[in-house]
Design a protein around this ligand. Structure first.
Ligand code: TYD
Ligand code: MG
Length: 453
């Protein structure tokens, strides 16, 4: 008789389950991401008949909601990403690369919440009490409502939550938490999932808001936060360039709000500080009168944000031209260079092209296309573009400049920051109010745009 299987394989990126090892995950297409873990023994529950059913079923119209079950974190940027504050009884996942500032952010949130009278429990499985205290001293003075616990055993943590009854709990790194009922090692897919499940029950059952920290991992057998995305209420990712000081908090999933919002923070020596005007911040240190630099406006969530796009086009020394991008899609940049080559008759084939979004920000929106084109052309011709001009618009394959959404907001932001000219798609100009003091030029295709600039 064949032996019953005692292990299964999980993708540590997305949690895909398979009975055998696979080189590439069919779920998320990641290579070499499968790890072996013991099978969970499923204890079969008793069937419920009509006579024994004791659950609570309600008519939707009979349920009343209290308006005020959101708590402000005192960080406007974070509140906006959360959809207006922390929802009571919700489970929130904060993911990000190690060292990006997740623990710092949550410690500061705890400080703000405890100051406003909330009871907060911060559970760390990574740092000792002394280490947390050292970090806390850099951030500032804490209130007495702030409790610390260094523990990795989930049962003990649950006990601590039940005995202290806090309103907010932070679990600093779910990957260190250990549940004795699960056979595999801490950080494995089944451990991380099972622990999150239990935390979810605690959050819903006791109406406590719980933050979970999850590290994004590149190697090893530690499960990444994506494994948990479907279980929690809200998923926030903290991102940013390690070498730059600003950090972006991005909502990826939110059961209680929009996911299009971002929050911008700056890492200072005394913790994170909100950046209230990201446009100004992004344009800091912009070169004057230099070719290949163009300012554009991208929409992050509901907010317009200025970005500086830089291009450097140089004669290639090898037969094959090199193209490199930072902060934008590589294929999109190649496509735009092909459009320039064909529609503007510029011979870029034997030129290397380097395109960079200054400040390390990533832009996915096609609305910056026209600015990328202008930056490339400016660098190729070695002619600087007026630094009081902003450019935006999507570029199509035949060189046409297509409409973008929220054009009015982009123009208004440009005006606010003192730009004097705005080059934008002609089709987007209909029906928007053009503020005084800024010249708006509509273009139909990239040739018109090049002629004007
Ligand atoms: P941390 O919150 O420990 O990152 P994570 O929990 O995401 O792994 O952040 C650590 C980094 O932040 C570290 O490189 C030092 C820096 N930092 C500051 O620059 N200023 C500060 O006040 C603090 C507390 C940390
Ligand atoms: Mg940490």
């Amino acid at each position: 008789m064949a032996k019953a299987k005692t292990t299964v394989f999980f993708c540590k990126e997305c949690g895909y389950e398979s009975s055998k090892w696979l080189g590439q995950c069919p779920g998320c297409k990641e290579w070499n991401s499968f790890v072996e873990e013991p099978v969970q023994k499923n204890v079969k529950g008793k069937a419920v008949s009509a006579a024994t059913f004791s659950g609570e079923i309600k008519n939707i119209n009979d349920i009343s909601v209290d308006e005020e079950d959101r708590t402000s974190t005192e960080f406007g940027e974070l509140d906006r990403v959360l959809g207006g504050g922390i929802v009571k009884g919700s489970l929130m996942l904060v993911g990000g690369d190690p060292g990006i500032g997740k623990s710092t952010l949550l410690l500061q949130v705890c400080r703000n919440l405890s100051k406003s009278g909330k009871k907060v429990l911060y559970v760390s499985g990574e740092e000792s009490l002394k280490q947390i205290k050292m970090r806390a001293d850099r951030i500032g003075k804490f209130d007495d409502n702030m409790l610390l616990l260094c523990e990795t055993n989930l049962a003990t943590i649950e006990g601590a939550i039940r005995s202290t009854e806090p309103q907010i709990v932070v679990i600093d790194s779910i990957q260190t938490i250990y549940n004795e009922d699960v056979g595999s090692a801490p950080g494995s897919v089944s451990q991380v999932r099972e622990s999150t499940n239990i935390l979810m029950q605690i959050a819903k059952g006791m109406s406590i808001s719980i933050f979970i920290v999850g590290h994004v991992t590149k190697e090893g057998v530690v499960a990444g936060p994506r494994v948990l995305e479907h279980m929690v209420d809200t998923v926030l990712y903290f991102e940013g360039d390690r070498h730059a000081t600003y950090r972006i908090l991005r909502g990826v999933k939110n059961r209680f709000g929009s996911t299009n919002e971002i929050g911008v923070f700056e890492m200072k020596s005394s913790g994170l500080e909100e950046v209230l005007n990201p446009s100004e911040f992004m344009l800091n240190g912009r070169p004057k009168e230099s070719s290949g630099s163009v300012v554009s406006c991208t929409i992050e969530g509901t907010r317009p944000m200025m970005v500086e796009i830089q291009a450097l086009v140089t004669k290639s020394n090898f037969g094959m031209a090199r193209r490199t991008t930072a902060g934008m899609d590589y294929n999109r940049a190649n496509l735009l260079m092909a459009v320039i080559e064909k529609r503007l008759n510029l011979h870029l084939a034997d030129y290397d092209g380097y395109i960079n979004m200054a400040g390390g920000i990533k832009v996915g929106e096609p609305a910056v296309d026209l600015a990328v084109v202008m930056a490339i052309v400016s660098s190729y011709k070695n002619r600087p573009i007026d630094d009081k001009t902003i450019v935006f618009g999507e570029v199509g394959l035949s060189g046409e400049v297509r409409a973008v959404n929220m054009a009015a907001a982009r123009v208004a932001e440009a005006k606010k920051l003192g730009f004097e000219t705005c080059v934008m798609p002609k089709v987007s100009m209909e029906g928007i109010d053009i503020p005084k003091g800024i010249k708006v030029i509509g273009v139909n295709n990239i040739r018109e745009a090049v002629d004007i600039i």
